[in-house]
Ligand binder design. Structure first.
Ligand code: MG
Length: 291
């Protein structure tokens, strides 16, 4: 009659615990990859198990042989999953920061309309090629022109053509943030918030950034019509064409949201920018950024 001694019972339970301990680890590596597992630990552990297996064979210790064979199978499976996960390209969502005025919202058209109404002028957008509205109007009108940017100004601006569709698409694949230098016109906060909620309900308010200095924005790309915001920005700048920036040559530019759609069509989180549409080029490669 087979009778297990206490020492045999303790040894069997110990062997089951140390062997099966790798089962939850195997499931975790299968789900999440094995980035947190040390190669040194795995190789030393496997070497130890092979030596225990050899010990079991030399001493005809069947329990030792069985326990270590099972452990070797489990740890080898973990190693295989880790190798596969490590070879898989890391794909992450890009972070794209987008300016509001003259990029998402047609602020210039409204400003010109209000200026013409206030001063009985016939100014057109074409008249502003290479300069700002404030820079173009007579000095006597300058303060009044700036004062046109009141609390109501930003509430009913027209949305730029294709902007909603392209941003909806980008937001589905990447992390999109609306980044506006609202500190330039502090009374604009509420109107800008309402405008974004009405026209871009698919962007959560937690991704609205009302700021002054865009140099603190940690994003892969900044799409903006004001090149001064690129001075201290550490990601990739993309200048959105506007009459006032016509002479700017330092940055890659786009003239429409259709161009932006084409530019980002083949960009993914792994940084594999395509080379098909709208001049995808080296600048489009996202910089390395720790998340
Ligand atoms: Mg702007």
């Amino acid at each position: 009659m087979f009778v297990m001694t206490w020492s045999a019972i303790v040894g069997t339970i110990a062997a089951l615990c140390t062997t099966l301990a790798f089962w939850p680890q195997l499931l975790k590596v299968r789900r999440q990859g094995g980035a947190g597992l040390s190669w040194s630990m795995l190789s030393m552990y496997l070497a130890g198990q092979f030596l225990w297996l050899l010990y079991g064979v030399l001493n005809d210790a069947r329990a030792v042989i069985a326990a270590n064979l099972a452990s070797i199978v489990l740890v080898s499976a973990i190693v295989i999953l880790k190798v596969r996960a490590d070879r898989r390209p890391v794909r992450r969502r890009l972070r794209i920061a987008i300016d509001m005025d003259e990029v998402m919202a047609d602020a210039l058209a409204e400003h010109v309309r209000r200026y013409n109404a206030a001063f009985g002028a016939q100014l057109t957008i074409a008249d502003l090629h290479g300069r700002s509205l404030e820079g173009h109007v007579p000095a006597a009108h300058r303060a009044a022109t700036e004062a046109l940017l009141d609390a109501s100004f930003f509430r009913d601006l027209a949305v730029m053509a294709d902007c909603q569709d392209v941003i909806r698409d980008l937001a589905g694949r990447h992390d999109v943030f609306v980044v506006t230098a609202a500190m330039d016109v502090p009374v604009s906060f509420d109107a800008k918030y309402q405008w974004l909620q009405e026209h871009f309900p698919f962007i959560p308010p937690s991704r609205f950034v009302f700021c002054g200095d865009k140099g603190l924005i940690d994003a892969d790309y900044l799409i903006d019509d004001r090149s001064r915001h690129f001075d201290r920005f550490k990601g990739r700048p993309l200048l959105y064409s506007a009459p006032h920036n016509a002479a700017e040559t330092r940055y890659p530019r786009v003239g429409s949201w259709a161009e932006i759609r084409a530019l980002f069509a083949n960009v993914d989180g792994a940084g594999a920018a395509g080379h098909g549409a709208a001049g995808s080029s080296r600048w489009l490669q996202p910089r390395e950024r720790s998340l």
